[in-house]
Design a protein around this ligand. Structure first.
Ligand code: ADP
Length: 491
């Protein structure tokens, strides 16, 4: 690679279980690929159910110690972890580039975003307050305390391999829980490096374990995480299809779940919008991470009066601002390949479907192998309609299909005509339209005149089939605590 690690010891291919670095007793492993050329980077352990069970037991034992660690001491450990991550940010970004194919400059951004969450949760550690409640019955007082839940199992996706860990494990550990983390099989190396830094931060053994397993054994390991009675909370980010399986499995044991699932974000530009800022907001929302985030604009509704102008300006601006490169290490590059061939196939299916139903490609529209096997260029499609495949399922790629609309009622109806509701965006200069539409959209997060809706200090959540629970913000810590009410009598 065109990168020399500052701390080569962060590059490891073992799991971290109960403070030990381990491989699978069976010697089974599975490959991690570089999306740039599909080459095998290394092999990581394919742990067995029994080994995962041991990790859960170790996390439960660690919880019995960790739950008694005072909050400020937890805070200082988290701070040390955060400081170590900051110091290792280049190496972590490099691992992200290697296993995800993200351009290095974009990887640095995603690591910084991940660090934000730890900084936030670290300070929130000290504010896990209870309340006192006026009691009706004489001689009694009521108060509440917030207690950690126990072992949290976290299953993370490949698209943000550092931030998904700090967002889940950061909040859970800040609240006093212990965590067994299973990263996506595509991106285990960032998780392993994060565990290395965690070890150095001085937490008791077993507070965070990182387990890896192959795609083939993932469903069985997933079942263990859902069925094991020592696991008190399952936190998952990924597809709605897998979220439904996990939620069903957890329901058998009345296990708490936090689910951050797929979106199908509407992005609405009204006729009075500032077109330049709408175009820039759309590029940020649609083409960041090559379109592979769950809050990416997916259904783009443009008012018919400005439709052609918007499409033309978008095409010009994409050419000006999106910079793919022959090398993902080129510091000027801000656009890389998709994570795997599966991603390219899905994107092409959506483009072909739109074209077969009469839409027109005005930019891109075909995988470009000059940049490697998984590169798909920024694509703009006009004449799109809401019966096309991309409206039914998230594209998760750099394809902007523009749908014309004529009235506010019509666009709200189309925007809400989906089973999911994560992010939504709107651009207008009219304050009444802004409030009306922001309130009418059935989503958890609305961006008004911005293309970015996520930050550590704000709640990240979905409605409908986009999930359960809240990540980020002070609400996140509440997800990882139980409220206990204590009634005091005889007063
Ligand atoms: P994607 O299709 O983008 O990879 P998934 O929802 O399949 O999204 O994957 C997100 C995470 O869920 C990954 O860590 C993956 O290994 C894990 N996963 C997939 N299927 C299961 C399952 N049946 N049980 C537990 N985890 C699963």
């Amino acid at each position: 690679f065109e990168y020399t690690f500052e701390d080569p010891s962060l590059v490891d291919n073992r799991c971290f279980v109960n403070g030990q670095w381990v491989t699978a007793a069976s010697k089974k492993s599975f490959p991690v690929h570089d999306p740039v050329d599909d080459a095998v980077v290394c092999l990581v352990p394919d742990l067995s159910v029994a080994e995962v069970r041991d990790a859960i037991k170790a996390a439960e034992d660690a919880f019995q110690i960790f739950r008694k660690v005072p909050h400020r001491d937890r805070r200082f450990m988290l701070r040390r972890w955060g400081d170590l991550i900051k110091a290792a940010r280049n190496d972590l970004a490099a691992l992200c580039t290697i296993e995800l194919g993200k351009p290095f400059s974009e990887s640095l951004g995603t690591v910084a975003y991940g660090i934000d969450y730890l900084d936030w949760f670290e300070s929130e550690c000290e504010r896990i307050y209870g309340e006192t409640i006026p009691a009706y019955r004489r001689g009694t007082r009521i108060m509440t305390v917030r207690e950690p839940q126990g072992v949290v199992a976290a299953i993370t996706p490949w698209n943000s391999p550092v931030a998904m860990i700090t967002r889940k494990a950061g909040a859970a550990i800040a609240a006093g829980n212990t965590v067994v983390l299973k990263p996506a099989p595509e991106t285990p190396l960032c998780a392993i490096a994060m565990a290395k830094l965690f070890e150095r931060a001085g937490f008791p053994a077993g507070v965070l374990s990182v387990i890896t397993c192959s795609p083939e054994s993932t469903p069985t390991i997933g079942e263990e995480l859902c069925n094991n009675k020592l696991v008190k909370h399952l936190s998952f980010t990924g597809s709605t299809a897998v979220g439904k399986i996990l939620n069903t499995q957890c329901a058998r044991h009345i296990k708490k779940t936090s689910l951050e699932l797929g979106g199908n974000a509407p992005f609405i530009v009204f006729e009075d919008a500032n077109i330049d800022s709408a175009v820039d907001g759309m590029i940020l929302s649609k083409f960041r991470s090559s379109g592979q985030t769950c809050v990416c604009a997916n259904r783009i509704f443009i008012h018919e009066q400005i439709y052609d102008e918007f499409a033309n300006r978008l095409k010009t601006r994409v050419a000006e601002t999106i910079r793919p490169s022959a090398s993902v290490w080129d510091p000027k590059s801000n656009f890389g390949p998709l994570y795997a061939g599966k991603g390219v196939e899905k994107v092409q299916r959506h483009v072909d479907d739109a074209v077969s139903r009469g839409a027109k490609v005005i930019l891109g529209g075909k995988a470009d192998h000059n940049y490697g096997p998984n590169f798909y260029p920024p694509t703009i499609i006009t004449g799109s309609k809401s019966n096309m495949l991309f409206c039914q399922e998230e594209t998760f790629g750099p394809v902007a299909c523009l749908i014309p609309f004529s009235t506010q009622e019509e666009v709200i109806r189309m925007a809400n005509d989906t089973d999911v509701g994560l992010a939504g965006y709107l651009f207008t200069e009219n304050i009444n339209t802004l409030w009306d539409v922001a309130e009418a959209l059935q989503v958890g997060m609305v961006g008004c005149r911005v293309g970015l809706v996520s930050a550590c200090e704000q709640p990240f959540s979905g409605v409908k089939e986009s999930g359960l629970g809240i990540e980020g913000s002070s609400h996140a810590l509440k997800e990882y605590t139980n409220i206990k009410s204590i009634t005091l009598g005889g007063l």
